[in-house]
Ligand binder design. Structure first.
Ligand code: ZN
Ligand code: ZN
Length: 285
């Protein structure tokens, strides 16, 4: 007797924040046959070590997407391109500004708003204001689950808010507490740069962006790129919790770490799709 065909199809997106902060940023996403890193700010050896600690294998990576050229996001892009043979995607401005670019044959230029379709995952760059050549955030979408990685921006436009609707997971910059930054040890010029429209989001700005994109389907929220000197986990968490509580959201909050990988999170569709619908979606994947 033949086994009955399963009536539902579950696909999933796995996210793992390998590192977050000005000492290096890197986040693993896999779905279908795509295994990607968003940013390559850790040395290859450390990237491999953190992947292993999270049960992931760096040698399985297919693609790397860079948000911008700053060393804490792109320092290892050249090495990853050369040693792992992965495709390295970034805007033309970012590619031009890389200190150690990957080999030409592995470079892929992306443009804000133009989706990149991989096998099982679509990656959509979203233009951002930051003091870099052509920085972007990324939305990743497997047709059923949608997540975004949004760090290194000084201000939020209506277009950014529009691009971040309907998310299941959000990795969101909460760089600094304004008072701690103003009273803290940085030189005045650096304080001004961080606070500018092309700097970094404060906890309040991050909380506002969270409020503007929050909906009942958000399940996983990572507070990211916290400043070591100008923020605390408690400050950032309080700012996010206030928004979630006000709206009755049950999204889980985690805080990205500079020193260790967070536990990977498997995001399955909020509702399992009927098989026929899943097959139709797979045709377009
Ligand atoms: Zn950064
Ligand atoms: Zn930056």
């Amino acid at each position: 007797m033949q086994a009955a065909e399963p009536c539902c199809y579950i696909r999933s997106v796995r996210l793992c924040v390998l590192s977050s902060g000005s000492g290096g940023n890197s986040l693993w996403v896999d779905a279908g046959a795509a295994r990607i890193l968003i940013d390559a700010g850790l040395p290859l050896r450390e990237t491999a070590r953190r992947c292993k600690s999270a049960g992931l294998d760096v040698r399985e990576l297919t693609d790397v997407f860079l948000t911008h050229e700053h060393a804490d996001h792109a320092g290892a892009a050249g090495v990853l391109g050369r040693k792992l043979g992965v495709r390295v995607h970034a805007t033309r401005g970012t590619l031009r500004a890389l200190r150690d670019p990957p080999p030409e044959e592995s470079r892929r230029a992306v443009r804000g708003g133009v989706p990149v379709c991989l096998e099982g995952l679509t990656v959509i760059p979203v233009g951002l204001p930051h003091d870099a050549c052509e920085p972007v955030a990324y939305v990743v979408d497997d047709g059923a689950t949608r997540a975004a990685i949004v760090t290194d921006l000084g201000s939020v436009s209506a277009a950014i808010v529009r691009a971040l609707q309907g998310l299941d997971a959000l990795v969101l910059e909460m760089n600094h507490d304004v008072r701690m930054l103003i009273e803290g040890p940085y030189p005045w010029s650096l304080k001004q740069r961080i606070r500018s429209d092309r700097g970094h989001l404060s906890n309040e700005q991050g909380a506002r962006l969270l409020q503007d994109t929050l909906h009942g389907g958000l399940r996983y929220l990572v507070l990211a790129h916290l400043s070591e000197h100008n923020n605390t986990e408690a400050h950032a968490r309080r700012a996010a919790e206030r928004v979630l509580e006000k709206h009755g959201s049950r999204a889980r909050i985690c805080i990205g770490s500079q020193v260790r990988a967070l536990d990977p999170v498997l995001l399955e569709p909020a509702r399992a799709m009927p098989l026929r619908k899943a097959r139709q979606l797979a045709l377009f994947a």
